[in-house]
Design a protein around this ligand. Structure first.
Ligand code: CDP
Ligand code: CA
Length: 488
C-alpha cells in the first residue's frame, strides 16, 4: 500500500530551506561583523624634544582600525625632568640620561610582549635648530646621545632627528584635524597655532593660491586634497622673544632697565649673558656678557605692547600680503586651535574665552597689578615663570593681532586648547601617524554595516526564525511526544 504524502510536506520543505538559509546567514554575518572585535592594541612612542623640555607620548590604537581617522589616542604622557636636550651642549651624555626615566615608564605602560613591535621616534624642534646654528658639533653629539638611549631601549628605534619648521607646523595641523575627525567632515579643517619657547608656527587651509613654495604643503588625506599654508618663525617662541625684546631695550652700558612688561615692584639682577647667549640676538663682547643689570618692572600693558611691536618688521613685503618680517601670509581663514604656550599662558591668565577687547582689558589689569599681589595670589607658581606672564600674554596678543592679522571679528575663531579627546594638541601625534602610514590618501573601506544596522538585522533574522518555527509547528502538528488531543 502506498503511503500518501501529507498535504503539508511541500510547505515543510520550504520552511526547512528558509530555516537553514536564515541560520547560515545569521552565522555568516556574525562571523564577518565580529571579526574586528577580537581587538589587539598597538602602541607607538614619540619624544617631543622641545627647546624648554622634552615630553614622551605613548599612543595606542586598535590594530584592526589603524586606518580610520580618530582611532589613535594618547595613552600616557611623561615629562622629562630638567631642561630641553639643547641645554646639554656642554655635557652631551646628560641629554641621553635625561630620557631614561620616561623610557622606564614606557616599559611599565606598554605590555612587554608588544615592546619590540612598538616604534619609538624622537623629534627635536627649535632649541636644537638654534644649537645647530650656534654650535653644530655639540648639536650632532646631543642627537647621538639621545639616539643611544633610545636604541638601548627594548622598543623599535625608528630615528631621532631635528624636524623642520614646516614639518612642525604641518604635523600640528594634522594632529588637531585628525583628533577632531575633520578630515571626513564637510565642515572643513581647523588651522593650527603652536607657540613654543624658541619658535612659533601658523598653519591653515587657504582659498588663495599659496604664493611662496616654502609656505605651501599639499596633502591627500582620506580621499580629499588639501593645500595648506604653513610658516614657522624661528626665534619667535616666547622665551627667545623675551631675549629679542630685552635686546632692543638694553644698551651695553646700562646697569638697570625699566620694563613695562614686568610688574611694578619686580626687581631682579640679571646677567647680560641671559639675554645675549642666543643666536637670535646680536652677539656682544665677552666683557659685556659678564656684566649684570637690574631688571625692574613698571607694569604697563600699552607700553609693553609698543615695545613688543619693535621686534616685528612690518615694513617690507614682496607678496600681496605678509604677516611680519617680509613673510608671505594669506588672510587667516576659518577656525584655529591655539595650543602649547598659547594655551598655557592664556589659560593661566583666564583669557581663553573673551572678546579681543576684553582680552586687552584683562591684560591691562593683569600687567598693572603690583608684583607682591601677583606673588600673594599665586604662592605655588615658580616666581621665574610667574614674572613672565604679563610679557607672554602681551606677546601673544601682539603676535595674533598685529603679526597674523586676527581682528576683533575673527578673534572668537581662535580656540585655546590643550587636549582634544584626551590627546594633547601638538606635532607629535601627526608625526607618528605620518611615519607609520596611518593616514591613507583614500578613504578606508567602511565595515560591512554600522553596528546599529547589524543589531537590527540580527533582530529581524531572529524574529524570522521564530516565525518559521511557529509555522513549522502549526503545519506539522505538535511534537509526537505530547499525548494526542483526542483519540478517535
Ligand atoms: N606648563 C607649561 C609648559 C610649558 N610652557 C612653555 O611652553 C613652551 C614650550 O616650548 P617648547 O619647549 O615646546 O619649545 P619649542 O622647541 O617648541 O620652541 C615653553 O616656552 C615653556 O616655558 C608653559 O608656559 N607652561
Ligand atoms: Ca613645542
Amino acid at each position: 500500500m502506498k503511503t500518501k504524502t501529507p498535504w503539508h510536506s511541500g510547505k515543510m520543505i520550504c520552511v526547512a530551506v528558509f530555516f537553514i538559509a536564515a541560520i547560515v546567514t545569521l552565522v555568516a554575518i556574525a562571523i564577518v561583523q565580529n571579526k574586528p572585535l577580537e581587538q589587539k592594541y598597538k602602541y607607538g612612542i614619540v619624544l617631543d624634544a622641545g627647546s624648554s623640555h622634552t615630553a614622551m607620548y605613548i599612543y595606542e590604537w586598535p590594530a584592526e582600525k589603524e586606518n580610520n581617522t580618530g582611532m589613535v589616542g594618547q595613552r600616557h604622557k611623561c615629562k622629562v625632568k630638567g631642561k630641553g636636550i639643547s641645554s646639554y651642549a656642554r655635557e652631551v651624555a646628560g641629554a641621553g640620561r635625561s630620557l631614561a626615566m620616561c623610557m622606564e615608564e614606557a616599559k611599565q605602560c606598554i605590555p612587554a610582549a608588544k615592546h619590540q613591535d612598538t616604534p619609538v621616534y624622537l623629534g627635536a624642534t627649535a632649541g636644537m635648530r638654534l644649537l645647530m646654528k650656534q654650535d653644530r658639533n655639540s648639536a650632532v653629539k646631543v642627537m647621538e646621545a639621545v639616539q643611544q638611549t633610545l636604541q638601548a631601549s627594548p622598543f623599535s628605534y625608528q630615528g631621532a632627528r631635528i624636524i623642520s619648521g614646516q614639518e612642525e607646523g604641518a604635523f600640528g595641523w594634522i594632529t588637531v584635524n585628525y583628533l577632531g575627525k575633520n578630515f571626513q567632515k564637510a565642515a572643513g579643517t581647523m588651522g593650527a597655532l603652536d607657540l613654543g619657547g624658541a619658535s612659533t608656527q601658523i598653519t591653515f587651509v587657504s582659498k588663495e593660491t599659496i604664493q611662496s613654495p616654502d609656505n605651501a604643503m599639499e596633502f591627500r588625506l582620506y580621499g580629499n586634497d588639501y593645500q595648506v599654508y604653513t610658516h614657522s618663525f624661528l626665534c619667535y617662541g616666547k622665551d627667545q622673544v623675551l631675549k629679542l625684546a630685552l635686546e632692543k631695550k638694553l644698551k651695553s652700558a646700562d646697569t638697570s632697565l625699566e620694563d613695562p612688561c614686568f610688574h611694578t615692584g619686580y626687581s631682579e639682577d640679571k646677567l647680560f649673558q641671559k639675554v645675549f647667549d642666543s643666536p637670535c640676538v646680536q652677539a656682544v663682547s665677552t666683557d659685556a656678557m659678564n656684566k649684570s643689570f637690574m631688571h625692574k618692572g613698571s607694569g604697563n600693558f600699552i607700553e609693553c605692547q609698543n615695545s613688543i611691536k619693535d621686534i616685528f618688521n612690518f615694513s617690507q613685503c614682496k607678496n600681496s600680503q605678509c604677516s611680519f618680517n617680509g613673510v608671505y601670509q594669506p588672510p587667516v581663514e576659518g577656525t584655529f586651535g591655539a595650543f602649547s604656550a598659547f594655551y598655557f599662558v592664556m589659560n593661566f591668565l583666564n583669557l581663553t574665552g573673551q572678546s579681543l577687547a576684553d582680552t586687552k582689558k584683562g591684560m591691562e589689569h593683569y600687567c598693572q597689578t603690583p608684583w607682591n599681589t601677583i606673588v600673594e595670589n599665586h604662592p605655588k607658581v615658580d616666581k621665574k615663570y610667574l614674572a613672565e606672564y604679563c610679557f607672554s600674554g602681551t606677546y601673544i596678543l601682539t603676535l595674533l593681532e598685529n603679526g597674523y592679522n586676527f581682528t576683533s571679528e575673527n578673534w572668537k575663531d581662535i580656540n585655546f586648547i590643550d587636549k582634544i579627546e584626551g590627546s594633547n594638541a601638538g606635532w607629535s601625534l601627526g608625526y607618528m601617524l605620518n611615519l607609520t602610514n596611518m593616514i591613507p590618501a583614500e578613504a578606508p573601506d567602511t565595515p560591512l554595516m554600522p553596528h546599529g544596522g547589524f543589531v537590527t538585522l540580527m533582530l529581524f533574522l531572529t524574529l524570522f526564525l521564530l516565525i518559521l518555527l511557529f509555522l513549522g509547528y502549526t503545519f506539522l502538528g505538535r511534537p509526537s511526544c505530547l499525548p494526542p488531543k483526542e483519540i478517535v
